[in-house]
Every structure is written in C-alpha cells, then in structure tokens.
Design a protein around this ligand. Structure first.
Ligand code: ZN
Length: 134
C-alpha cells in the first residue's frame, strides 16, 4: 500500500530563515513557495534523493502549524507516506482501528490528495498519507 516516504514535514517560524539551512548550508534546491489556504500554511519543498523535505510556515496564528510551534517549538512535525490509492488506504486504517484526523482526503501542496492519521493512534507521530501523480 505504501510506496515510499514522500516527504518529511518540518514546522518553521520563518520559511525564509529556515530555507537558508536547506539551501545555503545543505545545498538543496526548492521548487519555490506555495500557499495552501486550506491548511493555513506557506510551504517549500526541497527534493533530496527519492524523498523531499517540506518546510511549513503558518499563515494564521490559529493554524495547525502555529499551534504546533506554540506547543512544541520548531522541528519535525509529520512524516508523509506515498500511497497509490488514498481512499483504499483510509479504509484500511479504519479497519485497523486507527483514529483519523481526516475522514476524507483533502488537497495539499502540489495538488496532492492527503489525509492525516491521529498521532494518538500512531505512537505520537503525525502521519500523512499522500497520493500524487508521478
Ligand atoms: Zn506534508
């Protein structure tokens, strides 16, 4: 069902500041910045090998990333696994008794269809399932 680690999501207070580490220190290149209104975030993806680093800055003090940083500080916020069929993956998670944050897939950055599993069901790690082309 899972085909790869699609990306690692990192909550940051400033996309511009945090990008310096990935761009200038680590020498990675991003695809540019995208705003995802629905999730109240501004994101930048840095491909690295077969996966990517996603930096997320909140666009709203009430947004999930702002709340995460308030509680736990900046840092790794979620792991995203690529799936071929997100509806089937969500059904399987339900069958396995996993608590879902998203009962239905929603749209994420880059036109991906995504859904989050509740960290209470997954050992404290926020897991995103992600279906995308290519
Ligand atoms: Zn993500």
């Amino acid at each position: 069902m899972i085909t790869k680690l699609d990306h690692i999501g990192i909550a940051v207070s400033s996309l511009e500041e945090a990008s310096k580490t990935y761009r200038d220190v680590l020498g990675l290149k991003d695809h540019g910045v995208e705003v995802v209104e629905e999730q109240k975030v501004k994101v930048a993806f840095f491909p690295v090998g077969d996966t990517e680093i996603e930096l997320l800055e909140s666009t709203d003090p009430e947004g999930p990333i702002a709340k995460f940083i308030e509680k736990r500080g900046e840092g790794v916020q979620h792991l995203a696994f690529r799936v071929d069929n997100i509806e089937a993956a969500l059904d399987e998670m339900r069958t396995k008794g996993i608590r879902l944050i998203d009962e239905k897939p929603r749209y994420g950055a880059g036109g991906a269809r995504i859904a989050f599993l509740h960290p209470k069901s997954t050992g404290g790690v926020l897991i995103e399932l992600c279906e995308r082309e290519g």
